[in-house]
Design a protein around this ligand. Structure first.
Ligand SMILES: C[S@@+](CC[C@H](N)C(=O)[O-])C[C@H]1O[C@@H](n2cnc3c(N)ncnc32)[C@H](O)[C@@H]1O
Length: 421
């Protein structure tokens, strides 16, 4: 007999265990038989619940602390965190507490703590909602908070933390006229041309999904391609292309795109996205550091810490520790150097990263200017650029606390480069 599919809460606790216990990212985890057996609505609910708990982790631990004399095993703590989140945000106590006790009871290693879970949650049901309303916005873990405070100051980081806690709306990029997409899906047309939905429901059920009229892409992530200007008919290399949001933009703008990426599985997503939208690009599996050809323009969306995407990936600050960023910085510099050698005379290159760390953005461009005497930053010219976005070396710095009244944007850095002489 087949086992009963996991409930959303049970699957959410499994996700929390692996993110917080093993440093895994949620995107790596939502595969396999147990996930496939779940009803789609339950899968989405599990992902949402785990994400909400990770956003609120510090606040939940503060609420639970007075009721825990000893530190419980991680799984029990995660069951308590999830239930506390639901109790503090309007969940019905009976159902929430019962399922928490059931989940703990399923494993011989935790079954002995059913009574504790029940008792703690009864107390949280009474006092938690009042505390929830007054506790501070959860802070980022120290490995990230420290460098961000150094780069942007305490006030800016507090505003970023508020943006991370608030989560992100859904942004779409249109294949054709964004005003038509905005009206079809009932979204807002942003000044930069993206379409924003605050309460989208199921993405694949939105009008125009099957027809490939749009794709999901954060408003900030849609800007690097726009810095390249008119690419119609030009040979453009999307040097780190997968899953392909920027490839789609380039193809929709009429470029002859080569979509290069090291990861074949990730390139399958590029192929699927091209097929759904009816756009074309040459897909190449290969290493950006050895790729050889010549291009009129190159988009280098380099691998990075992804610290700009935390609004959408609240698991990242908890699953990561900051290890490996120095290697990424070296890789970004090597990719940039190699990319400059692939440009035809007068060719343009956009370097960008979805990072909040200046070492992966402003400092990377400063260092490239020092290494390449003929290299220039071309200050981007577009009516949608706000003065506060410009950085001193000539690039654009976007942060999650920008556009707060509109619902924020991902953190991103981008600069338009050209070699002269
Ligand atoms: C930030 S993601 C790219 C996102 C993509 N531009 C988009 O908009 O959908 C970075 C990509 O770099 C790829 N990558 C990492 N090392 C690489 C290498 N040496 N050569 C080519 N691609 C690489 C990764 O597989 C990953 O897909």
């Amino acid at each position: 007999m087949n086992a009963k599919p996991l409930s959303a809460r049970h699957a959410a606790v499994d996700l929390l265990d692996q993110v917080l216990g093993q440093g895994r990212l949620m995107s790596e985890l939502m595969h396999g038989a147990a996930w496939a057996a779940m009803v789609p609505g339950e899968r989405a609910a599990a992902q949402r619940l785990a994400g909400d708990v990770l956003r609120a982790l510090e606040r939940l631990d503060r609420i639970l602390k007075p009721y825990l004399k000893k530190d419980p095993p991680l799984r029990v703590r995660n069951v308590l965190r999830l239930a506390a989140y639901e109790l503090c945000t309007g969940g019905a106590a009976h159902g929430v507490v019962n399922e928490a006790v059931t989940i703990v009871g399923r494993s011989g290693r935790t079954a002995g703590m059913k009574g504790l879970v029940n008792a703690v949650l009864r107390k949280v049901a009474a006092s938690g909602p009042g505390q929830w309303a007054i506790l501070r916005v959860p802070r980022l873990p120290d490995w990230l908070r420290g460098p961000l405070v150094e780069a942007w100051g305490r006030e800016a980081v507090a505003a970023m933390e508020a943006a991370h806690f608030a989560g992100a709306p859904l942004d779409l990029s249109a294949k054709g006229d964004p005003a038509v997409v905005a009206s079809a899906v009932g979204g807002d047309l942003l000044p930069t041309g993206s379409v924003r939905l605050h309460d989208p429901g199921q993405v694949t059920a939105l009008p125009g999904y099957d027809a490939g009229d749009w794709w999901v892409q954060d408003a900030a992530a849609a800007l690097p391609v726009r810095l390249l200007g008119d690419v119609s008919g030009q040979r453009v290399l999307d040097m780190c292309a997968a899953p392909g949001g920027k490839t789609l933009q380039l193809a929709a703008a009429g470029a002859r795109v080569t979509a290069l990426d090291l990861s074949e599985p990730r390139l399958e997503r590029v192929a699927e996205n091209l097929a759904r939208t009816g756009l074309t690009a040459e897909i190449v599996a290969g290493d950006a550091l050895t790729h050889a050809s010549e291009y009129d323009a190159i988009l280098l969306d380099a691998p990075c810490s992804a610290t700009g995407t935390i609004r959408r990936h609240p698991d990242l600050p908890h699953a990561r520790t900051g290890d490996g960023i120095a290697e990424l910085i070296d890789l970004q510099a090597a990719m940039l150097d190699h990319a400059l050698g692939l440009l035809s005379p007068g060719g343009r290159l956009v370097f960008c990263t979805c990072s909040l760390l200046p070492d992966e953005g402003e400092a990377q461009v400063d260092a490239a200017l020092a290494r390449h005497p003929g290299l220039r930053v071309l200050p981007p010219a577009a009516d949608w650029i706000e003065p506060g976005w410009r950085s001193s070396e000539g690039g654009l710095r976007l942060r999650p606390d920008f556009w707060s009244a509109r619902g924020g944007m991902d953190g991103f850095y981008m600069a338009l480069l050209q070699s002269v002489g």
